[in-house]
Design a protein around this ligand. Structure first.
Ligand code: GDP
Length: 175
């Protein structure tokens, strides 16, 4: 039988969002299948690599986990410029982080590259009792702004593989 044309596509992916929303935890869950309750803050940015197969193609993500602190904001363009994908993370239990996520979307729309695939992750979806942002509100926002949306939990692993897989799928579809 003919072997499939396994094309490999390298794709830079950047995580953006407030400190404490769970960016590092999402990457750790995705790349290593782990979760730690007291994740240390990222200084500047950290880099990970993860391959994902979509049908007969492979997307090799170069994942940049950026620090969410405002003092690192000036570094952000270095990471999102030329990024094939951006995952913008907020914490469903913290309304201010959702507002901040919207700011990131605006910044990317104004200064990023127009074909960057944007995903919105409402993280800490395991903490339902403390919810401050409804899924409906986030979904509507995402639809209106050309992002796709999922609620995730780095703690329980819900939708973590899925959001990266969906991003990879969209990257392949867009090429
Ligand atoms: P970052 O600053 O955005 O990289 O956030 P971290 O990954 O450092 O996570 C901040 C805190 O939230 C840590 O104490 C994590 O253990 C916790 N955390 C991250 N993701 C989740 C999640 O999905 N559920 C819960 N309950 N806690 C989480």
């Amino acid at each position: 039988a003919a072997s499939g044309s396994n094309k490999i596509k390298n794709a830079k992916l950047v995580l953006l969002g407030d400190a404490g929303t769970g960016k590092s935890s999402l990457v750790l869950r995705y790349v290593k299948g782990q979760f730690v309750e007291f994740q240390e803050s990222t200084i500047g940015a950290a880099f990970f690599s993860q391959a994902v197969a979509v049908n007969d193609e492979t997307v090799k993500f170069e994942i940049w986990d950026t620090a969410g602190q405002e003092r690192y904001h000036s570094l952000a363009p270095m990471y999102y410029r030329g990024a094939a994908a951006a995952v913008i993370v907020y914490d469903i239990t913290n309304l201010a982080t959702f507002a901040r996520a919207k700011k990131w979307v605006q910044e990317l729309q104004a200064q990023g590259s127009p074909n960057t695939i944007m995903a919105l992750a409402g993280n800490k979806a395991d903490l339902l009792e403390a919810r401050q942002v409804s899924a409906q509100e986030a979904e509507t926002y995402a639809n209106e702004n050309g992002l796709f949306f999922m609620e995730t939990s780095a703690k329980t692993a819900i939708n973590v593989t899925d959001i990266f897989y969906e991003t990879a799928k969209r990257l392949i579809q867009a090429q």
